[in-house]
Design a protein around this ligand. Structure first.
Ligand SMILES: *[C@@H]1O[C@H](CO)[C@@H](O)[C@H](O)[C@H]1NC(C)=O
Ligand SMILES: *[C@@H]1O[C@H](CO)[C@@H](O)[C@H](O)[C@H]1NC(C)=O
Ligand SMILES: *[C@@H]1O[C@H](CO)[C@@H](O)[C@H](O)[C@H]1NC(C)=O
Ligand SMILES: *[C@@H]1O[C@H](CO)[C@@H](O)[C@H](O)[C@H]1NC(C)=O
Length: 778
């Protein structure tokens, strides 16, 4: 009889035992979970098969299986099946469900074969797994929203609820850039995608770390994770940005080329080329105009050209920063230039009056100057207009010019200055009268002077200049013995030389007092007076010609000879007596110049006779010369000598000794010359017999002055030349005429041109006895 038992253990279900086939087998089926421990009870087969333990032993019950691996073991002593090997459902069946394996329990004597099926139930012993540990992505930050990125699927060896159930995408940080999308393949498998739902920003998050978690449905739930590393690739989505919108700097105008001024700084948060900034002047740059340059890579702005504060006080320009992707930013740069004291003040002359009159009052404005300084502030601090005024009276006579130096300096450090010199001339005003160099002028003049003879000169000085100092000398009228003084002397108005206007005669005029006025040319003129005293000195007028009182009518006293270097009519000379004390006594030969008596000498006749012989030529106009001849009427030679001493008596020779020496010398000379004259006369007589000049039986000693020659016409002797100047009394008008020199007068000529010449002249008179003076006047 077959019995059916049902054994229920924890997990084991014994279905039934069939004894319908005696030889055949009752099939037993157990269900056990996988992964039970070795020795774990699977089921009590003895009981389930209805076999007692003796039968099992006697029948040598054992498990037969075709497999290599025997998962179960039969414990014959207890009649139980226990786990012999770890049973891994996934290994045994993979995805196949349900999963079971079968073996037989074999009994002998009689042989019985009982199949046993053991179903292995799944246990969630496998987590979902990903093939890779990491998933790496490089995604441009410019990736568009909706972009999909396929992710790797996970596997779960478990089946059923223990199999893969879901995916979860997590991020370390709050990340909402990506969402997960799962799709079911037609074969039932799933693939998953990461979809970009919010744009990436490399600049915010250059890397994203996500986790993809796969979970199964088992309990406890198992999961598998894969790390997703996303590198966000840069896109040029950021322009450079200056860290300031306006940069301000100051720079001194003296800064040399290359001086760094400031650095502009723009940053681009992009990387690499997208973040590399280069700087340049913006196209709209204005006043910088080459004064500055910028280093493209660093943004350093430096001086490129000399700056002049006086031209540009401030620069404003724009700088552009550009990344290599072409995005730009601009900033403004303002550079203030600092003044340096590099300009000296400049002096401009607005007006300057030179010369200025010396009588200008104190406070007179001489000039107005304007001072400018191109610098500013302290460096240019100079006041503007200045007037140059006098602060003291001017006097040209003490200071005739001023060099006025004006120095303008600014207040810079160091100060700069400029100098300008003005030459101020003081113009003259007629404020000084001429002043004579002496309070009184006196001079002596020897009588018988030639008219026009310079007597002395007066000098007046005027410290003014030019016309104001141009002194004219004027003879003030004053009387001399009733006749006007101008008849006696004249003054050269230009040089103050006082000349005799006539031949003085001591016997008539002893002295001449007059006032000379010096007057300058100013307007009005200033003048001053000086007194001039001219003393007339007596002169031994001439060496006398002796005429004996007993002389007959026609007695030849002497002969004057004149020569004229002209020829023909112009040299045709005629002699006349110009002045004689007694006209009746002497006459002069018109042609030959012989002076003869024309009547008998009487007692009434003066002892001393003075004859002025004038010789005139026949020229047109006629020229003339005068000679003075002194004649002594005496009885004897000693008388002559006494007369002679008379001439010299009032002279300075009071010394008797000197006088006698001179007298002796005169006598010796007289005798010697007489001899010579006689010899010469004899010779001439023989040579010119036809011309007997005289015949006398009287004891007359013809007397000739030294160097006198009784020759006519062509004969010449060594002479003293006399160049005299004749002046009109009106010679102030500078009407000066120079005389033709009387080149070869035959009569010795005394030179009384100067006061001091008197002594010498006196001596020569003593030796010659005859002195003649020709003055060639026109
Ligand atoms: C630019 O400015 C930023 C901050 O303003 C600074 O960190 C950086 O170093 C500057 N760059 C240069 C080149 O000076
Ligand atoms: C901008 O950059 C410049 C240069 O590096 C720096 O001198 C300046 O201080 C910065 N300005 C600011 C506001 O950071
Ligand atoms: C003024 O300067 C000029 C030119 O240098 C010079 O010739 C003159 O002598 C100076 N005058 C005075 C008074 O210093
Ligand atoms: C100079 O003298 C004249 C007359 O002799 C007189 O009229 C005049 O006033 C005098 N002048 C001076 C400055 O003394």
């Amino acid at each position: 009889m077959a019995s059916l038992r049902s054994i229920c253990t924890n997990d084991v279900v014994v279905f039934f035992l069939m004894s319908f086939f005696i030889q055949s087998d009752a099939q037993i089926r157990y269900s056990i979970p996988e992964e039970m421990r070795k020795g774990s009870l699977i089921g009590n087969v003895a009981q389930d098969l209805g076999l007692d333990l003796k039968r099992l032993r006697s029948g040598r019950a054992r498990i037969v299986t075709g497999e290599n691996v025997q998962y179960a073991e039969l414990k014959t002593d207890k009649g139980t099946l226990v786990v012999n090997e770890r049973i891994d459902r996934e290994q045994l069946c993979g995805d196949v469900t349900p999963c079971s394996f079968t073996f037989e329990i074999l009994l002998e004597n009689p042989m019985e074969l009982h199949p046993v099926t053991i179903e292995v139930l799944d246990v969630n012993d496998n987590a979902p797994t990903f093939q890779s540990k990491h998933l790496d992505f490089e995604i441009s930050e410019s990736a568009t929203i909706g972009s999909r990125f396929v992710l790797e699927s996970a596997d779960d060896a478990d089946v059923g609820v223990n199999g893969l159930k879901d995916y979860i995408l997590t991020a370390n940080t709050a990340n909402d850039n990506f969402v997960l999308k799962q799709h079911l393949n037609p074969d039932g498998s799933r693939y998953i995608q990461m979809v970009l739902q919010n744009a990436l920003d490399r600049e915010k998050e250059p890397r994203l770390n996500l986790k993809l978690v796969a979970v199964d449905g088992g309990s406890p739930q198992r999961s598998g994770t894969v790390h997703i590393n996303i590198v966000v690739l840069d896109a040029n989505d950021n322009a450079p940005v200056f860290n300031q919108s306006i940069y301000k700097a100051t720079v001194s105008e003296s800064s040399s080329k290359g001086t760094d001024i400031l650095t502009v700084n723009a940053t681009d948060i992009d990387v690499d080329a997208n973040g590399q900034v280069s700087y340049s002047f913006s196209k709209s740059k204005t006043s910088a105009a080459g004064f500055f340059e910028i280093q493209p890579s660093t943004g350093v702005i430096f001086v490129a050209k000399e700056i002049d504060f006086e031209k540009d006080k401030k620069f404003e320009f724009w700088i552009e920063a550009k990344d290599h992707g072409g995005l730009t930013d601009t900033c403004k740069v303002e550079i203030d230039i600092i003044d340096v004291n590099d300009n000296a003040p400049v002096i401009n002359v607005m007006s300057f009056s030179s010369p200025v009159s010396e009588d200008s009052p104190v406070g007179t404005t001489i000039g107005i100057i304007n001072v400018k300084d191109l610098d500013s502030g302290e460096n240019g601090q100079v006041r503007n207009y200045y007037a140059l005024v006098t602060n003291a009276p001017l006097d040209r006579e003490s200071v005739s010019e001023f060099n006025i130096t004006v120095i303008a300096s600014d207040s810079g450090k160091p100060p700069l200055s400029v100098k300008k010199t003005f030459n101020l001339k003081i113009s003259d005003v007629n404020d000084n009268a001429p002043v004579f160099t002496r309070a009184l002028y006196s001079a002596t003049i020897t009588e018988n002077n030639s008219p026009g003879l310079s007597v002395l000169s007066v000098v007046a000085k005027d410290p003014d200049e030019n016309q104001n100092a141009r002194v004219s000398y004027i003879l003030e009228e004053c009387d001399i013995g009733g006749s006007p003084v101008s008849g006696y002397i004249s003054v050269n108005s230009d040089n103050g030389v006082i000349s005799a206007a006539r031949s003085f005669d001591y016997e008539q005029t002893k002295q001449c007092l007059c006032v000379i006025k010096a007057q300058d040319g100013g307007s009005p003129p200033l003048s001053s007076n000086v007194t001039v005293k001219i003393l007339v000195q007596d002169q031994n007028d001439n060496g006398p010609q002796m005429v004996p009182r007993s002389a007959d009518v026609g007695y030849l006293v002497t002969k004057v000879v004149a020569v004229d270097v002209d020829s023909g009519q112009n040299a045709w000379l005629s002699y006349k007596l110009q002045k004689a004390a007694d006209r009746a006594l002497f006459e002069v030969g018109l042609q030959n110049g012989e002076i003869r008596t024309i009547r008998q000498v009487t007692d009434k006749d003066a002892v001393k006779q003075r004859l002025a012989v004038i010789v005139e030529d026949n020229g047109q106009p006629s020229r003339s010369a005068t000679v003075i001849v002194n004649v002594v009427v005496a009885d004897s030679f000693p008388e002559v000598m006494s007369e002679f001493t008379d001439f010299t008596h009032d002279k300075e020779y009071n010394d008797n000794l000197t006088f006698y020496l001179v007298l002796a010398l005169a006598v010796v000379s007289f005798l010697f010359i007489t001899c010579v004259v006689v010899i010469i006369s004899v010779k001439i007589y023989r040579w010119r017999q036809s011309r007997v000049l005289y015949h006398s039986n009287l004891p007359v000693i013809p007397y000739y002055p030294p160097r006198y020659s009784d020759t006519l016409g062509t004969a010449t002797l060594p002479h003293v030349y006399n160049y005299d100047t004749c002046r009109t009394t009106d010679s102030r008008k500078s009407d000066i005429k120079y005389m033709q020199p009387m080149s070869q007068s035959l009569v010795s000529v005394d030179d009384v041109g100067t006061e001091s010449a008197l002594n010498g002249q006196q001596r020569s008179t003593a030796s010659t006895l005859v002195t003649s003076h020709f003055t060639n006047c026109k």
